[in-house]
Design a protein around this ligand. Structure first.
Ligand code: NAP
Length: 434
């Protein structure tokens, strides 16, 4: 199902490399049909034309087909086709994070009822073999936190901003020019794509019934060049992170937002469009998986691995372990406790710091470090005029706090916004802690 970026790379592997795959795995895979939307589109895969059909349901019904691969994306018709395949006893391999993050429960139930595989390695971090590591290698591990850079587009944009001083808009345009970002980049830059993946990570690493809508989400569009520079001065790198973590309260935190990652942390060095996932567990300690999170061939590689597994399980009449999900309380973002980076643009006059310190103190937010940038000429020129006729300069203040509760930090921001000396809040970025 689907012969686009991923499907065509997979078709190429299956049509040109089947002999080697059979020798290596003992499983012979034969591509039988390829369902697409347009029958007339040119496909750059030798030999695929004779397999093309626009009748997806007929593929699912075809009794000669043993395994269905869904790489068409979206919810409809993918959901109906996947359900139909599973219900008719056919294992399914899917790369579709949107489908799994919104309808995973019913799909895993259908797979379980039919006793067949539903495998989805490619749905998170593309070519990085992460799902299998979590489901199999770490099956018995007590995992505390899974924290990842799971969106290559935003990682590319943030990397370019840091490396070249490009603005967010310039870096986005460059990513679009290179094909790393869609013409409508909302799903990536607003964190929707990463939120879907965070939900799947919560399913797999914690067995938790979490859907995309449960994930707290913030994107990167508000991150400025000044934030990137301040992060560098302070020893951090800004990354869009998907974080899934347990706490002492037994609740699960599931969130996607930009974060200040200490430069010494392994995730800080993951640049360009690479993905990486950092896993922390009781016995295993810390480990990181890194690789290509997108692109046809890397993603097709992950799909192929699943396909070999599904085919092998069919031949031995055994399905993969079921994914048992249980309802767990999701920790509201207000209950998060972490350190914060806070950037404020304020009137450059006496008494400003005391007013800000007062607001922070009233909300139990204590400051670890503070620095003041030189006033920005362009923001100062147009600034307000004081009663004595002098132009009032604007100062940029950057704070890093000690750990504080999100609800206190938000209440503090509310108060800061009402101070006449605070012209605007630049950014609030959570700092990755131990
Ligand atoms: P794509 O290039 O847009 O390809 C989608 C394919 O599905 C096309 O061949 C299209 O047919 C077919 N299709 C779409 N709607 C259809 C319909 N209603 N009926 C029949 N066929 C339909 O997508 P992609 O980039 O390969 O991504 C596929 C899936 O993999 C998505 O779920 C995506 O999230 C996931 N994924 C992609 C990547 C990546 O790097 N691209 C990485 C990880 C996961 P036509 O060719 O005729 O238009």
């Amino acid at each position: 199902m689907g012969c686009g970026n991923v499907g065509s790379a997979l078709a190429r592997l299956l049509l040109t490399d089947a002999k080697r795959i059979a020798e290596r795995t003992g499983v012979t895979l034969e591509l039988v049909r390829v369902a697409v939307r347009s029958a007339t589109k040119e496909r750059d895969v030798p030999g695929v034309e004779r397999l093309i059909t626009t009748d997806g349901p007929s593929v699912v019904r075809d009794p000669t087909i043993d395994v269905v691969v869904e790489v068409m994306g979206g919810i409809s018709p993918a959901r109906d086709l996947v359900l139909a395949a599973l219900r008719s006893g056919k294992p399914v391999v899917s790369a579709n994070k949107e489908l799994l993050a919104n309808h995973g429960g019913e799909l895993w139930d259908a797979a379980s009822a039919a006793g067949v595989d539903l495998l989805f390695e490619a749905s998170v971090a593309g070519g990085v073999p992460l799902i299998r590591a979590l489901r199999e290698s770490l099956a018995g591990e007590r995992i505390h936190r899974v924290m990842g850079i799971v969106n290559g587009t935003t990682n590319y944009i943030l990397t370019r901003m840091a490396a070249s001083g490009a603005t967010y808009q310039e870096a986005l345009a460059e990513a679009q020019g290179l094909g790393f970002a869609e013409r409508d980049p909302t799903a990536d830059v607003e964190g929707y794509d990463a939120a879907a993946k965070a939900a799947i990570l919560a399913n797999v690493a914690f067995g938790a019934k979490v859907v995309a809508g449960d994930v707290y989400r913030e994107g990167i569009a508000h991150i400025s060049g000044q934030d990137i520079e301040a992060a560098q001065r302070l020893g951090f790198v800004i990354k869009l992170l998907a974080v899934v973590e347990t706490g002492e309260d037994g609740a699960l935190g599931v969130r996607v937002h930009p974060a200040m990652v200490p430069r010494a942390h392994p995730l800080a060095s993951v640049s360009d469009s690479f993905n990486a996932v950092f896993i922390e567990g009781d016995a295993v300690g810390q480990l990181m998986l890194l690789g290509r999170g997108a692109g046809g061939p890397p993603t097709a590689s992950a799909v192929l691995g699943d396909l070999v597994d599904a085919a092998h399980n069919l031949t031995v009449k055994g399905a993969a372990r079921k994914l048992e999900l249980r309802a767990v309380p999701i920790r509201p973002i207000d209950d998060l406790r972490c350190a914060y980076y806070l950037s404020l643009f304020v009137a450059d006059r006496s008494g400003v710091l005391a007013a800000i310190a007062g607001a922070l103190g009233r909300h139990d937010v204590s400051v670890r470090s503070m620095e003041q940038d030189a006033p920005e000429p362009e923001t100062s020129v147009g600034g307000p005029v004081r009663p004595d006729g002098a132009l009032e300069h604007e100062a940029h203040l950057v704070f890093v706090t000690h750990p504080a509760y999100e609800r206190d930090m938000q209440a503090c921001l509310h108060e800061l916004r009402r101070l006449d000396t605070v012209r605007r809040i630049g950014s609030l970025v959570r700092v990755v802690g131990p």
